[in-house]
Design a protein around this ligand. Structure first.
Ligand code: SAH
Length: 347
């Protein structure tokens, strides 16, 4: 017997093969277990029916499968589903299924809490507790894929890393999870259907570019004026707009993938002509489009969604300058499942 059991999903396929070899069994058992763990998302060793009882017992002696558990499922009147997901150490994150006519999107978390301090975001008020492991990110996708089949009779079509946390501050684990999601040994999804949303960490954007990743990048811009951005996203004082801009130019030069800028228009904060012009200038640096998202109010905050007229002014000005712009309405607001509202409130 071993003192502390290890998380089996931290092992690579090769390490699993080695485990079997060093325990007097054939290496191919490692492949079988790997398939159970990832492709079939087995929750227990007993489910691995092509292994003998003794082999399953051996695995159980050495390892655990730390599968996430959905503690609570809430359904919004618009069909959106929010899962409160409990991790093996009892911490909780949230993930959301967003159905539309054409697609089902999973919005997943990458960290418990967040280390950034965006003034308008509910998650920022939770302390960052820890990074999620690749398997904890992967499991959220599997859970939502199953829910999509169950409630909407179709598989998941898209994934956005727009839940709790800053994905690029948990770079390695997020990339490992995406590897599994896109691999035929995992879910086999196309990377083109995955979007990683970042508040903008220039060094990490460069790293993604160097690795020539195939998924899409969204940047939460919210302002293209240095002082304004720093006032609402204080970390911008460290990762400033110039560095962000240069990293995005680099990203495009390497990946040829258009960047999406996420942008909320707030009354009295970024609704002036000067703000609009700064955004238009910023959009010229690299091929991009703008996604104007609706503000989801969070408790006692000073932010207020700008009027429809102000948003329309943005839309017109961007379009006149040949920039693609979409206006996105919030989903799942009634259950606090919309952007920036994930804060484990219901627990
Ligand atoms: N940390 C990452 C991903 C999580 S936030 C990022 O910053 O991109 C996902 C999106 O929701 C971001 O664009 C974020 O700026 C936006 N957001 C945060 N709080 C919001 C709120 N209260 N209303 C609307 N959007 C919000």
């Amino acid at each position: 017997m071993v003192a502390k059991k290890k998380d089996i999903r931290a092992l690579t396929r090769e390490q699993l093969r080695e485990f079997f070899e060093s325990h007097g069994e054939q290496a191919f058992r490692g492949n079988q277990v790997y398939e159970w763990l990832w492709q079939k998302s087995a929750h227990s060793f007993d489910a691995m029916t092509n292994l003998s009882k003794e082999t399953r017992k051996k695995l159980d002696d050495y390892f655990v499968i730390n599968h996430i558990k959905v503690d609570q499922l809430q359904r919004s009147s618009d069909g959106t589903i929010k899962n409160a997901v409990r991790l093996h150490d009892d911490l909780v994150v949230e993930s959301v299924l967003i159905p539309t006519k054409e697609r089902t999107t999973a919005c997943v978390s990458s960290q418990v809490g967040c280390s950034l301090d965006c003034k308008f975001c509910a998650t920022a008020r939770l302390k960052k507790m820890r990074n999620l492991n690749p398997d904890e990110i992967y499991d959220q996708v599997v859970v939502i894929n199953n829910e999509s089949e169950l409630y909407f009779n179709r598989p998941l079509s898209n994934i956005v890393f727009m839940g709790m946390g800053e994905p690029l501050m948990n770079y390695n684990n997020v990339l490992k999870a995406i590897d599994k999601i896109t691999s035929p040994e995992g879910l086999g999804m196309s990377p083109k259907r995955i979007t990683v949303s970042t508040s903008g960490v220039p060094k990490m954007i460069r790293k993604l570019a160097d690795e020539e990743v195939k998924f899409k990048l969204a940047v939460s811009l919210h302002s293209a004026i240095e002082e304004v951005r720093t006032s609402i996203m204080p970390f911008n004082a460290t990762f400033n707009l110039k560095e962000l801009r240069d990293s995005l130019i680099y990203w495009y030069s390497k990946t040829k993938s258009r960047i999406t800028y996420e942008y909320v228009v707030w009354e009295g904060i970024n609704d002036s002509d000067k703000d609009i012009h700064a955004l238009i200038e910023f959009c010229r640096f690299a091929p991009s489009k703008v996604n104007l998202i609706e503000y989801n109010p969070i408790d006692d905050s000073d932010f207020k969604q700008a009027s429809e007229a102000s948003v329309n002014k943005y839309v017109e000005a961007l379009e006149q300058n040949g920039i693609v712009v979409t206006v996105r309405r919030s989903r799942g607001k009634d259950i606090d499942a919309a952007c920036g509202q994930l804060a484990n409130k219901s627990l």
